[in-house]
Design a binder for this molecule. Structure first.
Ligand code: THU
Length: 137
């Protein structure tokens, strides 16, 4: 079970995710997404979607945040907040769920948007029976 986070930490994550979307490079979709993750060290790392003229090479905001943290030595993701510029919240895509699982199988996942709605769930619920490090020989 994921540890419950203090409400103030959740608010900080949500604010950081909204702020991160401002750096989004999304000239093709015009859909700026921001993400913020809380790592095992207690730090918050942010990321945005980074698109490419070869569309399939686009990196989602969640993966940008996780790869940035991993590149600085972080190996545990406790929570992920994602902001989408939509009237209702949307949850991370399948590829991002798999990447979150690598470092945060018990992570909280919080999704916010431009409307009042919000999703607060866990990676385990979004990606049940995940394939992860433990499945390798
Ligand atoms: N996107 C994200 O960054 N995260 C999500 O959770 C959903 C989709 C990005 C990818 C692409 O740049 C744009 O949103 C439209 O799919």
């Amino acid at each position: 079970m994921p540890a419950k986070l203090p409400a103030a930490t959740v608010r900080r994550l949500e604010k950081a995710a909204r702020g991160a979307a401002k750096a989004s490079y999304s000239p093709y979709s015009k859909f700026p997404v921001g993400a913020a993750i809380l790592t095992g060290s207690g730090k918050i790392y942010t990321g945005c979607n980074v698109e490419n003229a070869s569309y399939g090479l686009t990196n989602c905001a969640e993966r940008t945040a996780i790869f940035s943290a991993a590149a600085l030595g972080e190996r545990e993701v406790r929570a992920v907040a994602v902001y989408t510029p939509t009237p209702v919240p949307s949850s991370p895509c399948g590829a991002c769920r798999q990447v979150i699982n690598e470092f945060g199988p018990d992570a909280l996942v919080i999704c916010v948007c431009d409307g009042p709605g919000r999703i607060a769930t866990t990676l385990d619920r979004l990606l049940p029976a995940a394939f992860g490090p433990k499945n390798l020989l």
